[in-house]
Ligand binder design. Structure first.
Ligand SMILES: Nc1ncnc2c1ncn2[C@@H]1O[C@H](COP(=O)(O)OP(=O)(O)OP(=O)(O)O)[C@@H](O)[C@H]1O
Ligand SMILES: [Mg+2]
Length: 400
């Protein structure tokens, strides 16, 4: 197998001696010669850009301008790692040791330029380099594994906390209500108790659903992408929220620009992101507050935003609201969440290649927004996709 060697040496005679020794090894070497550190760096860069391998670098230590160690550092700075043999002059043993400490794989005093020794140095440098690469890969894998385990333990702890704390509340309510039903309760008391059981079961169900969604976020989220009409989606979500809005003090309206782009997205996931943002806006809205759900095209994406007139979010905690299990202090009465809604919204948005954020306008309240990319259809698809999407979407909505 032919090996490609790069030789960096300013001395023409030394390069000649090196070439001759390499030929005398009887091995098949392709040699790239450079007479300065700068030229050598440039050659290695361009070889890599062309996808060519550098099997070994033979690097003269005493180059004018920058010495061999500096050339090595420059390579490392550019994230270039190649098997390297440092060529040292007479009496440079200390420098040789220093070179190996700083990343050379082996060294060879020029005085010992014997073909056999030279070939064995090249082979040794390549072996050491391979071992180094394997160690780096193993270290990276280990670090990733430790990080995964750390996250798994943290997630397990959080789930335990939720199960032991938040899931207990609906169970307690069920127990109390059953106690009431078992006693000689009046029909009205019984109705109240049944209502309480029903709400508790809903709450427990929602909690379990959220915990399942969150655990799915740790793996690859499989999206069922379909062409979607963002406005029809928003209108469907708002229609479903009407009973909740009727019980709350808030009102909700949709605002949108003309001709919104179609998005190619997972209907249920985008819907859940919207649901979670609107759920928060409703529970933080003041009496008679207005919530505005706006839609607009923004540079290759459709932006959905939910603006409320609630208390807003302090700048210092804004970066935490999307963390799992993060809940603000002093939540309004009835807002008994566990702090997963926004984490789920972030996970689903990012799974679509989108972005999510929050800002608090000066005149109060908060504005949560997320953007779902609207890929430009290819010319052949344009008519079909647009036609299909509208009818598919309407069909889906009618069915759900
Ligand atoms: N519109 C909003 N106005 C003010 N604070 C908000 C708003 N939305 C979210 N927050 C703050 O961010 C925290 C995290 O929100 P998130 O939706 O993740 O959890 P949650 O609503 O507490 O519970 P969950 O959504 O899991 O039922 C909330 O507890 C609240 O403090
Ligand atoms: Mg929430």
């Amino acid at each position: 197998m032919s090996l490609t060697l790069v030789v960096i040496d300013d001395d023409e005679l030394d390069r000649h001696a090196l070439r001759r020794a390499l030929t005398q090894t009887g091995r098949d070497f392709a040699i790239e010669e450079c007479d300065s550190g700068e030229a050598g760096l440039e050659r290695i860069r361009s070889m890599r850009a062309q996808g060519r391998r550098v099997d070994c670098l033979l690097l003269d230590f005493s180059l004018p301008g920058q010495n061999g160690l500096e050339v090595l550092s420059r390579l490392r700075e550019q994230d270039i790692d190649v098997p390297t043999v440092m060529l040292t002059g007479f009496g440079d043993e200390e420098l040789a040791v220093e070179s190996m400490r700083r990343g050379a794989d082996d060294y060879l005093p020029k005085a010992k330029l014997d073909p056999l020794i030279l070939a064995s140095k090249i082979d040794a440098a390549r072996r050491i380099f391979d071992a180094r690469q394997r160690t780096i890969a193993a270290e990276t894998e280990l670090r990733d594994l430790v990080e995964q385990l750390r996250r798994a333990v943290a997630a397990r702890d959080s789930v335990l906390a939720v199960v032991s704390h938040d899931l207990r509340r609906p169970l307690n309510n069920i127990q109390l209500a059953l106690g009431l039903i078992e006693q000689d309760a009046t029909p009205r008391q019984r109705d109240l108790a049944v209502g309480s059981v029903r709400r508790a079961v809903d709450r427990a169900n929602q909690l379990i659903g959220d915990l399942l969604e969150i655990s799915r976020l740790d793996g690859e989220i499989e999206l069922d992408r379909q062409p979607l009409d963002p406005l029809a989606l928003a209108q469907a979500v708002v229609t479903d929220l009407e009973p909740v809005l009727a019980r709350s003090d808030a009102s909700l309206r949709i605002e949108h620009g003309d001709a919104l782009d179609k998005i190619f997205a997972d209907h249920h996931r985008v819907r859940q992101v919207l649901d979670n943002l609107l759920d928060n806006a409703i529970s933080h809205s003041p009496k008679d507050g207005t919530i505005v759900l706006s839609l607009r095209n923004v540079s290759g994406a459709v932006e959905f935003s939910v603006r409320d007139q609630g208390p807003g979010i302090e700048p210092v905690v804004r970066e935490h609201v999307f963390d799992r299990f993060w809940r603000g202090e002093g939540r309004p009465k009835g807002a008994g969440g566990v702090g997963l809604g926004l984490a789920i919204a972030k996970g689903f948005t990012e799974a679509h290649g989108g972005e999510i954020g929050v800002e608090c306008p000066e005149d109060g309240g908060s504005r949560f927004w997320f953007r779902i990319p609207a890929p430009a259809p290819t010319p052949g698809q344009r008519g079909d996709t647009a036609g299909e999407s509208a009818s598919d979407f309407e069909g889906e909505e009618a069915a759900s």
